[in-house]
Write a protein that binds this ligand. Structure first.
Ligand code: CA
Length: 527
């Protein structure tokens, strides 16, 4: 798409669309005449229409589809005259596409022009992965130890961290799992492997340091069995990771626990502190993308920029993950046809089918995804949200699929569908487990989201948000709607920014030390 001419107050995503989005800040009054960038006939607005909301470009008879992104986002409940405000109350949502007879790996596979010569400054790890930060993680087996670990981490940061200036941070991997749960239920594999794989995230330098209670269902030997992690600590026996158990006889009271944890952290900090950044190819990036607090601009400005950058990353040999099951479900045909092989397409169907049944068990469906804020921002339903969300994955073939909590294998490069819930915190947590070393997060309504383990580059969909939240948003994709930059220019800017951030440039969330909690996805029973 070329730069927008400022005369166009509305944007249509496809020439076939019969609705377009009002771009003008503050919306447009009745009587305003608008024309899309596709050169369609000018239309006079019948109603006042808020920014981000849809205007009918043509008369739409009752029972006919409302088309955006060249797909039906709903059926008109009544006659909609050209120039009308098309809001969610005028639409019936289409049924979800059945998961049978899907096109499997049918899309043409483009010849990729490799993108070479791009590098960043990262920390090489013993297991071959590359960190973008140098962080000591203190893994916990169970929520019971979280209070002690939180105070121990505070003590380590205050007393020890200044002595190890090349270590960026100390992070307690705190969570609500570990006991009081059906540990042998089939679905328990998800939270357990999530925790295991988070402690092996590239930003933690392969240092594994575990605090346990002693009577929990998830002991360290089960969380991190021998062979599941690189044994970088020679003092550690081969029966499990370096670990401190709070119920051990050696601990005489709370202060003794704090002292042991602080002492135990020292060898890990020493090894981390000896590391330096080195120049590595862009192919070592593992980028997780997601959106949160979406509006109608998410799919027009920010997500297309992320999609363009996603294609660049794949061409540079990097790994890029997109996720959010309920936000891709309505685009399943597009996903299965874009799969590189029939096996990959089958894996996409397997994950979405499992998730359909998970939602059914809770008597919910994908439509439960949209929030009041999404609707106020112009998104009528999950179909429209999904079409705007999927744009983040770019245009190239989907090469791999991960189940929730799984970790990428070193060979799994390129575009990956990491199946996760769309909840911002759960998606981010699962992408960390997959091995993400940089995170991209697009937002239209605005959310101050951040993670402790990994830099989060936040992309605003509108200039108004980027200005109001000037010290929270890292990139302003609203310039696309303003006509100041093209999607290609925005995509290159984001690509370059990811390399800078991977090399140590701080994001706003890091600057303010803003971060959300890790939230495990536990579909298994609690006992
Ligand atoms: Ca999300």
């Amino acid at each position: 798409m070329n730069k927008l001419d400022s005369e166009f107050a509305v944007i249509a995503m496809n020439e076939a669309d019969n609705v377009a989005i009002v771009v003008t800040a503050g919306g447009l009054g009745a009587g305003s005449v608008v024309r899309t960038q596709h050169g369609a006939q000018p239309v006079a607005l019948i109603n006042a229409i808020p920014q981000g909301h849809k205007v009918a470009l043509k008369d739409i008879p009752a029972g006919h589809p409302v088309i955006r992104y060249n797909v039906s986002i709903g059926i008109a409940k009544e006659y909609i005259a050209a120039g009308s405000w098309v809001h969610e109350r005028l639409l019936t949502m289409p049924n979800a596409r059945k998961l049978q007879n899907l096109p499997m790996a049918t899309a043409p596979q483009p010849a990729l022009e490799p993108l070479t010569g791009y590098t960043f400054e990262g920390f090489r790890n013993a297991d071959g992965s590359v960190g973008t930060r140098n962080i000591l993680a203190v893994t916990t087996t169970v929520q019971c130890v979280a209070g002690v670990v939180s105070l121990a981490v505070k003590k380590i940061k205050e007393e020890l961290l200044p002595l190890y200036p090349h270590v960026d941070d100390v992070v307690g991997i705190e969570h609500t799992y570990g006991c009081g749960v059906a540990i042998d239920a089939p679905d328990a594999v998800i939270p357990i492997r999530t925790l295991r794989n988070i402690s092996l995230n590239p930003n933690f330098g392969n240092e594994v340091f575990v605090i346990s209670l002693g009577c929990e269902k998830l002991p360290p030997q089960r969380l991190l069995p021998p062979g599941s992690f690189p044994l970088v600590d020679e003092r550690t026996n081969t029966e499990g990771p370096d670990h401190i158990c709070l119920q051990d006889d050696q601990h005489l009271g709370f202060m003794s626990m704090l002292q042991h944890i602080t002492e135990g952290a020292k060898p890990h900090l020493e090894r981390l502190n000896a590391r330096r950044r080195e120049t590595v190819p862009a192919s070592e990036l593992v980028v997780g993308v997601q959106c949160g607090g979406s509006d109608a601009f998410s799919g027009v400005t920010a997500n297309p920029i992320v999609g363009f950058a996603a294609d660049l990353l794949v061409r540079a040999g990097a790994t890029i993950m997109f996720s959010e099951n309920t936000e891709v479900r309505d685009a399943v045909e597009q996903l299965t046809s874009r799969a590189q092989t029939a096996e990959v397409a089958q894996s996409i169907v397997r994950e979405l089918d499992w998730y359909d049944r998970y939602l059914e068990r809770g008597q919910a469906d994908r439509s439960a995804n949209t929030t009041p804020g999404n609707k106020a921002g112009g998104l009528s339903n999950i179909v429209e949200k999904a079409m705007g969300s999927i744009v983040k994955s770019g245009t190239l073939p989907i090469q791999h699929v991960l189940s929730p909590g799984e970790k990428l294998k070193p060979s799994q490069k390129g575009l990956v569908f990491a199946a996760t819930p769309a909840s911002d915190f759960i998606c981010g947590t699962l992408q960390l487990a997959a091995g993400m070393n940089v995170h991209v997060f697009t937002t239209g309504r605005g959310t101050p989201y951040g993670l402790q383990a990994c830099p989060v580059v936040k992309v605003a969909t509108r200039t108004e948000l980027a200005k109001r939240w000037h010290d929270l948003m890292d990139l302003n994709a609203g310039r696309v709607a303003d006509g100041d930059i093209s999607i290609e220019e925005g995509g290159w800017e984001l690509f370059q920014r990811l390399l800078d951030v991977a090399s140590g440039r701080k994001t706003w969330a890091e600057h303010w030390k803003l971060h959300n909690a890790l939230v495990l996805f536990n579909p298994a029973p609690i006992t």
